[in-house]
Design a protein around this ligand. Structure first.
Ligand code: HEM
Length: 386
């Protein structure tokens, strides 16, 4: 309405529009006066005409004018991750844009997912080729009528607690990484959503079973996995796995199994710690501590002042890398403990293994066990008192 009035007024006070134009002008002037009055009362601390009040205060232009600070500078700071201030408990909210989030996302969904899938595929292909060439490793002397106890019930319990939890953790973790490409197109969004949500709960809670299994097997088997001179011969002979006649001597665990044991323990601890950071976000500072230790040992300059968000992002990437690495190792372990070697599964199934199997793969251990049993049956004769 005002725009119309001004336009008519500008046309030169013409004819019948003149009176309406004047009326509109009067209304406009009155309106402006009312608005100015309101502004003055809202800004009561700056009385009109007071030069001191109108002088610039800390770079601000008087009169409620906005924009003396450059918006460009402001948004550049926001984009560069400069934190502001918030009065809510979540202080992370003070950072509006955190560029490492974008870097984390592109690394995780890009190279990490790609190379991890290649590694998993390569492991399966290598085992298939090995199986095609070598076939199942048989008990060279055939099964005997006798068995020997290899693992007590408590040892098998510890192993299967660790193994079953790890397998579920591996499957549900891989679903988080690849499910949307592999499972979603097959079962559809509703089923995929339900499966993934259930999988997430399984993953969260079974993490504790995995950690318990890790502690149990460490306590039970660490003494059998310390290095021994027989390991050198075993390694030099490639464990005898490429020859049907070669059976390098070994104690309870051979050098190959010791590697599996230590990889399981070390990667398991690393996965557990990074997983703990993801379960309880913003409570850990594992990476700044680790980087500090690495810097002091190797003289590197890794960043040690990491924000909690950066800690989370590193924990997530590390958790995925270590997990995929351990899954590759464990695929090989499952192969050799099941279809790859005749008689091996019994050790973790019933706990009793065939004596010929034991002599071929763990000859030094069999000698120890038989010697111990002999001692128990025929204790050395008591020495006569002098
Ligand atoms: C279906 C899955 C699995 C099968 C069939 C299996 C089988 C076996 C067998 C037969 C042994 C005893 C080998 C021997 O008598 O010398 C063993 C030992 C062991 N397993 Fe498993 N296992 C499985 C999964 C796992 C998983 C998921 C882990 C760890 C995350 C694991 C860790 C170990 C370790 C550390 C040992 C002792 C070292 C060694 O023998 O390599 N196992 N397993």
């Amino acid at each position: 309405m005002n725009g119309m009035a001004i336009a008519c007024f500008a046309r030169g006070f013409g004819g019948a529009l003149l009176s309406r134009g004047l009326a509109a002008l009067v209304a406009m002037v009155l309106g402006v006066m009312v608005l100015q009055g309101a502004g003055t009362s809202a800004n009561a601390q700056q009385p009109a005409g007071d030069p001191a009040a109108e002088a610039p205060v800390q770079g601000q232009v008087p009169g409620n004018t906005l924009g003396t600070n450059s918006d460009t500078e402001l948004w550049r700071a926001v984009r560069q991750g400069v934190a502001g201030n918030v009065s809510i408990p979540d202080k992370n909210a003070a950072t509006l844009v955190q560029s490492e989030g974008e870097l984390w996302r592109s690394l995780r969904n890009g190279p990490l997912a790609l190379y991890a899938s290649w590694a998993l595929l390569a492991m399966v292909v290598v085992l298939c080729i090995f199986f095609a060439i070598r076939g199942r490793i048989r008990i060279e002397h055939g099964r005997s009528d006798q068995t020997i106890t290899r693992f007590a019930a408590v040892e098998r319990f510890g192993h299967w607690l660790l193994a079953s939890s790890f397998i579920v953790l591996a499957l549900t973790g891989l679903n988080v990484m690849y499910g949307r490409y592999v499972l979603l197109p097959v079962i559809g969004p509703d089923a995929f959503g339900a499966v993934t949500l259930f999988g997430k709960y399984l993953h969260n809670y079974l993490a504790f079973a995995f950690m318990a299994g890790l502690v149990i097997i460490f306590a039970m088997w660490v003494r059998h996995n310390l290095p021994h001179t027989s390991d050198i011969k075993w390694i030099l002979q490639g464990g005898g796995i490429f020859s049907k006649k070669l059976h390098p001597p070994a104690k309870k665990f051979n050098a190959g199994q010791k590697m599996i044991f230590w990889l399981t323990i070390l990667c398991g601890i690393s996965i557990s710690m990074s997983g703990w950071s993801l379960l309880f976000p913003y409570t850990t500072h594992f990476f700044s501590g680790t980087f500090g230790a690495v810097n002091s040992v190797f003289g590197t300059e890794l960043p040690t002042a990491l924000t909690v968000l950066q800690e989370q992002q590193l924990a997530s990437l590390w958790h995925a890398i270590m997990s995929v690495f351990l899954i590759c190792v464990i695929i090989a372990h499952i192969y050799i403990g099941s279809i790859g070697m005749e008689g091996a599964f019994d050790a973790m199934g019933s706990g009793e293994v065939d004596l010929n199997w034991a002599k071929e793969h763990h000859s030094l251990w069999v000698e120890e066990v038989l010697a111990r049993q002999g001692e128990e049956k025929h204790p050395p004769a008591a020495q006569p008192a002098e």
